[in-house]
Design a protein around this ligand. Sequence first.
Ligand code: XUL
Ligand code: CO
Length: 436
Amino acid sequence: MAQFPEITRIEYEGPKSKNPLAFRWYNPDGLVEGKSMKDHMRFSVVYWHTMRGTGGDPFGPGTAVRPWDDGSNSLDNALRRVEVAFEIFTKLQAPFYAFHDRDVAPEGNSLAESHKNFDRIAKSLKEHQDATGVKLLWGTANLFSNPRFMHGAATSCNLDVFAYAAGQVKKCLEVTKMLGGENYVFWGGREGYQNLYNTDMKRELDHLARFFHMAVDYAKQINFSGPFLIEPKPKEPTKHQYDSDAAACLNFLRAYDLKEHFKLNIETNHATLAGHTMMHELDYAGHQGVLGSIDANTGDLLLGWDTDQFPTDYYLTTQCMLAILKHGGLTTGGVNFDAKVRRESFEPVDLFHAHVGGMDAFARGLKIAAAIRADGVLDQFVKERYGSWDTDLGRRVEAGQESLASLEKYMLDKGEAAPNASGRQEYLENLINQYL
Ligand code: XUL
Ligand code: CO
């Protein structure tokens, strides 16, 4: 039975439409830079916020009205959720979804029982995927909610907890593979520390790397070919998360010989918590060759935590798409809405308003970014800014053919550096406004 009989499939109606449940910018088959918007964006809905979010916060319980959910931990309730989830995905025209093992299936009283529950729900997910064509963008194991993970999972001081997490990830990889998941994500939930007095940081990082190598080995064994993605976040829940930003993740991956198997899943609100912009994190991951996927959301300018709001700001989505297009697009990744409706937006229909707005904001950002790239003014400016390097001497320095001594000689002969040119920041900010 449909839960949203009054909502039909959300369609593209164009920028003049006043219909709040229509796309004004997202035209799945519309071409941008020769590729359909659907293929550029690969939109994905997350199971945890959309199907499991209640609106609870530290000051009060959930407010969300979800008539299909009886609040119980039963398999029947979980199966009902699957039904509703796929109604939402298809009505939104979202080609992908993403989950944690414990979002979709109830945790049992033992690892064996949890595995059994997960298998039962995975069967239903598979049937719904086959019936609708919706695909799994990525799976991940929840290694942070259960109290056993209080000290971390792969970085726990308790070996049994490490082993439990290993069993959970093994199963989640199998299910992700069975469902055709295109990536597998590690967000380091409680992999970090609150206090260094009680923490052997070196040992914890070694264990984390060992854990990832085991996952790589097992993926090979079961022929799971999708990349692993690490999702950087600097804090919350721990004071210091080991995967604190893209650069920290890159260093970890290189130090432990894991880089060829991993890319990054960059999340907007995590980037800002790290004191970076999303564009910075995307560009950094991009030029290091590890831009895998994005968790699309936004924080709040005035709040310093992970508010996971739906993105509606065209500057933000334009910057995201500029960076993504620059680095060749999302290949196995997607624009995954790791975002939740506000506690006050408690009605089921708010889930639609939220996603429609996020999808439209990204589609608009894509079109603006493509227009900026087509004009080429911004690119040309940057190219000219570094023009002094496009000379014989510049090329020789870049190729490692010059030395401190040779450059000293060059400058002693020349006497003084050539004058600098203006950075023209204000001109460029005005230029970007021309496209919005
Ligand atoms: C937490 C977060 C997670 C990951 C998946 O801030 O973003 O939901 O995306 O574990
Ligand atoms: Co996320």
